[in-house]
Design a protein around this ligand. Structure first.
Ligand SMILES: [Zn+2]
Length: 229
């Protein structure tokens, strides 16, 4: 076989595996719910990496004001001391999901045993406060690989992805972020936000104003995917 052909094949296969691991949305290893295009002019909001004692509360205030339910993918180690925030999320009808205990960047490299222990630690924290187990999970950094897929299967999690990434944790003005979301907006979208940035509350207000202008309604994840979590 021609050496160039072999090199191109190797590069292609490597790229495929990189994409499959980098993006859980690829669906190669894990089935994720990223969007429901049949849902009409609606979107669901998801907030990762909280609870944050300042920003999460501000976001909850805004959501309450607009009578909107969202989904919060919480980090287990941030829950201690912020139990009341998790209680408030549940009391106000929001969904709370597992986003791992440590949110370590080594999470994808964990052994299956360590991964399950980490996920269980976060799940137990949430269950201790809310009184019920969450079945929702979003892997830290949105990565996927065969070990994460095995852990998800074992824990019987429903994995929630997204189709609109705001990149709110990267540099960029609020105006730029809102423009990006506006450009990518489509029926049944799931929007990825974080309740950890200094401007998360202002960004949420701006996104809600844009959604109103585009005649999009915000619904919760369970409504979007017709699930009963
Ligand atoms: Zn995260």
């Amino acid at each position: 076989m021609n050496i160039w052909l072999i090199l191109i094949l190797v590069a292609g296969i490597s790229l495929f595996f990189f994409y499959a691991s980098y993006s859980m949305r690829s669906g190669v290893y894990i089935k994720t719910l990223n969007r429901n295009p049949k849902a009409g002019n609606v979107v669901a909001l998801t907030f990762d990496d909280g609870p944050d004692p300042v920003q999460t509360l501000k976001i909850l205030d805004i959501l309450k004001e607009h009578d909107i339910q969202a989904c919060f993918f919480s980090i287990g180690r941030k829950i201690t001391g912020n139990e009341d925030i998790i209680r408030r999320m549940k009391a106000e009808g929001h969904l709370v999901g597992n986003h791992s205990f440590a949110h370590s960047n080594k999470f994808p490299l964990y052994s299956l045993k360590r991964m399950i222990a980490d996920l269980k630690a976060c799940g137990d924290e949430l269950a201790r406060i809310t009184g019920c187990e969450t079945s929702l999970f979003r892997p830290p950094y949105g990565v996927s690989n065969p070990t994460i897929a095995r852990a998800v299967k074992k824990m019987k999690y429903t994995v929630i992805g997204w189709n609109i990434r705001t990149f709110d944790t990267c540099s960029g003005s609020i105006e730029k972020i809102v423009k990006r979301v506006d450009k990518k907006l489509s029926p049944g979208s799931v929007i990825l936000l974080h309740d950890t940035m200094d401007f998360s509350d202002i960004l949420l207000k701006s996104i809600l104003a844009m959604l109103k202008q585009r005649c999009y309604k915000v619904i919760s994840i369970d409504e979007l995917f017709n699930f009963n979590f």
